[in-house]
Ligand binder design. Sequence first.
Ligand code: ADP
Ligand code: MG
Length: 372
Amino acid sequence: MKDSDRAERGAVRLVDVSKRFDQTFAVRSFNLQVRPGEFLSLLGPSGCGKTTTLRMLSGFETPDTGEILISGKSVAGLPPYKRDVNTVFQAYALFPHMSVAENVSYGLMQKHVARGEINRRVGEALEMVRMVSFAKRSPKQLSGGQQQRVALARALVNQPSVLLLDEPLGALDRKLREEMQIELKLLQSQLGITFIFVTHDQEEALSMSDRVAVMNEGEIVQLDTPDTIYEDPNSAFVAGFIGQQNFFNGVAQEQGRLVTNELVNLSSSRKHSQIIANESNVLASVRPETISLQVADNAATHGVSLNRIEGELASIAHLGDSVQLIIRVPGRSEIISKYSRSDAPNIGVGTTVSCSWSDLDVHVYPTSTNER
Ligand SMILES: Nc1ncnc2c1ncn2[C@@H]1O[C@H](COP(=O)(O)OP(=O)(O)O)[C@@H](O)[C@H]1O
Ligand SMILES: [Mg+2]
């Protein structure tokens, strides 16, 4: 292998890839460069084209236009088994009549790999997913998490440079899913192979990935590190899809540094990702954890304030490490405020409170974000 090839091993590139089913675009002008050894997530609502993207990478679907390169080489016309990728699906798809070891060795048997090497590689793959002691069991005798580990071993035994994972933890319950997230992430960093991980669960994508590609309607709408995606969403769609938000409809003044409506004015000191015209309709967003609550001062001025709004504390929910407070504001839907457990204010339900925030925490987006 040449040095240049080695350097690109595990790199994935999609250039202007589109795929249509009948009249609808499943994937549209898709451009993405994944680095060797990167953990990249495709995150988006159901139907946004995540699975179709993976199927084009694995060779089960052919793009209408554009080019796909894996490890630096075009894969056009290559059947799935000749591509240096393997896929793990949500449904484990193990052969029910075969033992764990037989399931993992199946692909190598098909390729007529020598018996000794098969045994060695199957052993290693089961070791990686900590399933060695289950080698003789049948899939029926395994829990969901164990079955998914076997599915993972079955993919890893082929030693692909890229592993594609399509909602692999989607069928597991929450606690097990969180354990498997940590395990998968560790495994990926040990093996150093590229993971392209599909999920519609934003917490999962943010906690596991080096970078996240947020998708909507067949397109990547933002590609960034988890931190940037959370702190600096580039559209109202991403802002609303990732984490919780308080949205305020309003009209822009001062190129969006001020947003006014009949209940509250919001000033923003953030740099906007899009140009905002005066008098245009906008959405301002404020994250719950940036909203502070105080018991309202009776003498507080009535009318419209700047970055402050009054309401009645309607509910307090303890969510383990955080506390979520819902404030009912006459004339709009609720405001959500969130505190860490140790910082939560001691205010009772029914109290009139003042919700305030900093101009550093106000994002402003044009209302029509679907310009195409
Ligand atoms: N084989 C197919 N035939 C027709 N439409 C399809 C097919 N596969 C996917 N689609 C459509 O393409 C869009 C994207 O689907 P998919 O890639 O499965 O999304 P996701 O995995 O993000 O939920 C959806 O509108 C879906 O209905
Ligand atoms: Mg899917």
